[in-house]
Design a protein. Structure first.
Length: 336
């Protein structure tokens, strides 16, 4: 059996060797990858999927507004063309099709993968939550208490978190290092009515210490609701900074804010002699700021020795002062 795809269009500076592919993603020898979906055609970089067998690939170079007339290819008008555009006509063997099914069934989330394979190790997996069209890669932290899907990690300054709404919505960074998985994906996972989710925050300081906070019944609202944060009961050693170090700054129930999307409840907020309109301006990264609140883990990362005194740092005010920027953070969820 030959499976035919209509068309794949990607932006590349040069032709790369195709190393892996799935039904919807092709991975190249470099870090680029591209989604294949009809319609629409859309592009992605830095998200890679596991190999699902060998596929024959024939390259067809096309230019803007060119229409291919081959019977298996329908060229859509290319909008926003820049750089070299290549079209790949792909066909896979039946064997590849079988392998693809195997890869696609890695699970609906990290928790399910861990239940199915109790010895599974931490690492990058492909998941496909119900109702999500395109599977995506996530980092699963496999622990004795379950498989957790990491949606935020800070370990250094390799990736800037000073980004706008679209980036926080769609995700950025490297799954095995600093990254933000994307509000859209977290929303799709946690909106499932058949499951509840526990969210865990891990924090590490510069002196070798660590602390955690766990919340039951974690979920996000949709984009219209600004991905509103919802958490249930707290337990942990870091304190409940989501609800705040003092009354009136509860982040539970608050929408997400970025420098270009203000849902922080300050218009302005008065802190001593400072009137603040946008919590994200001093704290840089996006967060569920609630009158700025007392947790902020998407600000600027600061190295040890230079980690005290920043309003822009990574802080969890029920554990350390807001002027103490922690060394590393991790946020993750598991289904229960
Ligand atoms: Ca505001």
């Amino acid at each position: 059996m030959t499976e035919k795809f209509d068309l794949l269009v990607i932006h590349l500076r040069e032709i790369r060797e195709v190393t892996e592919m799935t039904g919807s993603v092709v991975e190249f020898a470099s870090t680029e990858s591209a989604y294949l979906e009809m319609p629409p055609i859309y592009l992605n970089r830095g998200v890679v999927f596991k190999s699902v067998g060998k596929c024959s690939v024939s390259l067809v170079e096309v230019t803007r507004d060119t229409r291919l007339t081959q019977d298996t290819v329908k060229m859509k008008r290319l909008v926003g063309y820049c750089g070299l555009i290549l079209a790949f006509l792909l066909s896979c063997t039946e064997q590849a099709q079988e392998q693809r099914k195997a890869v696609f069934s890695q699970g609906t989330d990290c928790t399910q993968i861990k239940v199915r394979s109790p010895k599974a190790s931490s690492g990058v997996y492909v998941i496909k939550p119900p109702g999500v069209k395109t599977p995506f890669k996530v980092y699963c932290e496999m622990r004795p208490d379950g498989g957790w899907m990491v949606f935020q990690r800070r370990i250094g300054e390799a990736v800037s978190f000073n980004r706008k709404w679209a980036a926080y919505k769609n995700g950025f960074g490297n799954l095995t290092g600093d990254h933000w998985l994307g509000l859209k994906r977290i929303f799709f996972l946690t909106k499932q009515k058949t499951k509840k989710w526990t969210m865990r925050v891990d924090l590490w300081d510069h002196e070798g210490g660590s602390a955690f906070a766990e919340y039951t019944n974690f979920k996000l609202g949709n984009e219209k609701a600004a991905f509103k944060l919802h958490v249930g009961k707290y337990r942990g050693t870091a304190g409940d900074a989501i609800r705040g170090a003092y009354p009136g700054i509860d982040q539970n129930g608050y929408g997400f804010s970025t420098s270009d999307r203000d849902n922080d409840g300050c218009s302005p907020c008065i802190f001593g002699d400072i009137a603040e309109m946008k919590c994200s301006s001093r704290r840089s990264g996006g967060w569920w700021y609630s009158r700025c609140g007392s947790a902020s883990l998407n600000g600027d990362w600061h190295p040890g020795g230079d980690h005290i005194g920043w309003a822009s740092g990574l802080y969890w005010q029920t554990w350390k002062t807001p002027l103490y920027s922690v060394k590393a953070t991790r946020m993750m969820i598991k289904s229960v």
